[in-house]
Design a protein around this ligand. Sequence first.
Ligand SMILES: [Zn+2]
Length: 317
Amino acid sequence: MSPTEIAPESPTASPAGGSHRQKNPGLVVYLCGLGTVGLTLFLVGLLNDTDFNIMGWYWFFVVPIGAMIVGAVAGLGYALGSRLMDVKIRGGFLLVVFLTAGLNWVASHYVTYRHLSEQLEETSRESFTFGAYMRAVSENFAFKDRSGKVGKPLGKVGYLFTILEMGGFSIGTLIPVLLLGLRPYCHQCGRYLKKTATRIVGSEMDLRDLKKLKKAEKIERIESSAREVIEKGRALFEEMTATPGYPEVLERLTALPEEANKKALAAVHFHLWKCPDCEGHVVKSTLTNVTLNGQPNQAELAVLDRTNAPEPVVSES
Ligand SMILES: [Zn+2]
């Protein structure tokens, strides 16, 4: 395992090399995340005071979409820290982020509780415990109808929505780091790769060739276009796989024209990424094709990963 990855067994590992590195990147990433989580929950609290409860948004009454959105915003700091510190986030750290988010959520309710408690008379303050506050919040949970009128409190069912809200928030905080996790990474140097070239291999036929055709003929043209570009794409991919290193891969790819027909029925997109510190690079190829329902279809074709592996590793599906 590379020293700049965050894993629970090495939370204090210091990375080798690179003057831009901090001694304890994991802690910096964690503090960046805590910062945005704290700030987001603070803003949500302010919105709550204006009767705008974004945490209470549900999709089809069960998916806590509001809490997930808030979580995703709150979790931006983890991804930002990870990107700036060039730290790859791993499974153990994700668990820490998830559990911390749950605690942060409880803490934000505790702050509200203390705030309310301070406004009470001394005598009633004693019976108003944090547990009593959470019970009241849960059992008084109610949905608003379209006109904004608040419905009946859900009572015991409200606990379910309290749990959903906390879970949705915690899951949401993971979204930014999971998205960043898709970005290629050089484990040898501990750096995120940078995109250096993108080229598109498009089909001969484009949308204009579909006009006035029957449905079956349209499907046939789209399918043959997809086969055509997959074939061309595979040939180029094999050429790149046979090269000794990055300069040759870049040369092969940039030999393709920069401009591509945006109306092509099918196309293979090539993306080349390179490590800023070494010759490590990754090529990803993706197929896109038009469909009759108007939604483009996308599928990953092949990945050439030449980062930390001694021999080029090719995975093709
Ligand atoms: Zn590298």
